[in-house]
Design a protein around this ligand. Structure first.
Ligand SMILES: [Zn+2]
Length: 425
């Protein structure tokens, strides 16, 4: 059991609407927020041994959430050589380092949209063996044959987890037809998936397909959604082309990742279904800016250059029309680009490219992103929620770029436990 913790004199943004100057946050020993409000309106616990944190000059925000990323341990853009030539244990060790970087950058939850390593490290984080954000993991993503998750340049038995001899962290389950889709979904659940990840279109990092190609039939998507929901989960789809986005939404998919070519019909349907879009602008920026230098295949860089401007315009329209937009970087690790720890870039891009206010962008990274994680008790600094919060030097509501600096993230708390504390008292 921990102690009571009281944070005083913070500027606070609750992750929804409310900004409180001179705020007090009371955290109980079980890691929940017992009370929050302006000084004088909050009841202090009548116990001894209270840890008090003076947050003068700091802004309290809910812990940040990356709602679409991958823990792979890759360190370059060469997604072909990395899994083939790097020992698996090396990849795992690098992911452990990446998780610590994420904590230092203020991320208390990550949604891993496909990686076997994430499934294993989730337990290591939960039991406290390693330091890291809460991991919500898809585990094995589900792809059709010749789908975005079917790495075409490898023999197909190397791609499917059930037959592979390769230790690639981003293996898939390959299935075609309603029955195989059901079985693959059940298999992913058997492996421990928190949600089901599928591909309903082609993409940038798959050589022989294109973002506008549709993948899986509506019946296949519905079968996967049925099986996921039967087990209390939901489906998160990689969907870039307009038709594949509509298929996903009609099939009952709750989270649309990328959404590059979302059109008016897709926007209407996303609103009707209360779906969330995770546009993953950060990875596109990095592919364009650093892809060639980092050894990403040239066919991928060409596709990205073609797409990006339309991608931003389309997502901006969806945002203006009221679709919920959450932050997700699609970063997979790396040294110069795609690096875990730099994930707040997506928040800044929401301000710069989508025209959000800093408050709205932080809301996208907290309360809205918590929906993509499927969690109701995180994402906001509110009474009764888990105490996942960060203290940042200065006022990111005025200058969103402050959120990019790990040095300015002074304190990081997850489940009421302080995982980083750089405050001089
Ligand atoms: Zn992804």
């Amino acid at each position: 059991m921990g102690s009571w913790i009281i944070i005083r004199e913070a500027r606070l943004f609750d992750g929804r609407e409310k900004v409180i100057e001179n705020a007090v946050i009371v955290i109980d020993p079980s890691g929940y927020i017992r009370d929050v409000g302006s000084e004088g309106s909050v009841e202090y616990p009548r116990v001894e041994n209270i840890i008090e944190i003076n947050a003068r000059g700091l802004t309290a925000l809910p812990g940040l959430i990356d709602a679409h990323m991958h823990l792979t341990g890759f360190r370059t853009g060469d997604v072909i050589k990395e899994p083939l030539l790097t020992p698996y244990e090396t990849l795992v060790a690098r992911c452990v380092v990446d998780l610590e970087s994420l904590i230092n950058a203020g991320f208390t939850t990550v949604v891993d949209a496909g990686s076997v390593i994430a499934l294993g490290l989730k337990q290591a984080v939960e039991e406290g063996s390693i330091k890291g954000p809460r991991i919500i993991a898809a585990g094995l993503p589900i792809s059709q044959t010749f789908g975005h998750g079917d790495t075409h340049y490898l023999p197909i038995e190397y791609v499917d987890y059930r037959t592979t001899k390769l230790n690639d962290p981003i293996k898939s389950l390959i299935c075609d037809g309603v029955d195989e889709c059901r079985k693959a979904t059940r298999y992913a659940l058997r492996m421990g998936s928190d949600f089901i990840k599928i591909f309903t279109t082609g993409g940038v990092l798959s050589q022989r397909d294109r973002p506008e190609y549709t993948q899986f039939t509506l019946d296949e998507i519905k079968a996967i959604v049925y099986e996921a929901e039967a087990a209390g989960r939901f489906v998160h789809a990689h969907a870039e082309g307009s038709k594949g986005i509509i298929n996903a939404l009609e099939g009952g998919v709750k989270v649309i990742a990328h959404a590059d070519m979302i059109d008016e019909d897709g926007i209407t349907l996303a609103l009707e279904k209360n779906a969330v879009i995770v546009p993953t602008l950060a990875v596109s920026e990095h592919i364009i800016n650093y892809g060639a230098e980092l050894g990403l295949p040239s066919w991928a860089i060409e596709k990205e250059n073609e797409l990006y401007k339309h991608h931003v315009d389309n997502v901006r329209r969806a945002y203006r029309e009221g679709v919920k937009i959450a932050t997700g970087t699609d970063f997979w690790g790396g040294v110069k680009a795609f690096r875990h720890g730099d994930n707040a870039l997506e928040i800044v891009l929401f301000v710069e490219k989508l025209g959000m206010t800093p408050k709205e962008a932080i809301k996208s990274a907290t309360t809205i992103a918590s929906e993509v994680a499927g969690l109701k008790d995180i994402g906001a600094i509110e009474k009764g929620r888990k105490a996942d919060l960060i203290l940042i030097e200065g006022n990111p509501l005025d200058n969103i770029k402050l959120i990019l600096s790990k040095e300015k993230v002074k304190l990081v708390m997850k489940n009421g436990k302080i995982l980083k504390n750089g405050i001089e008292q």
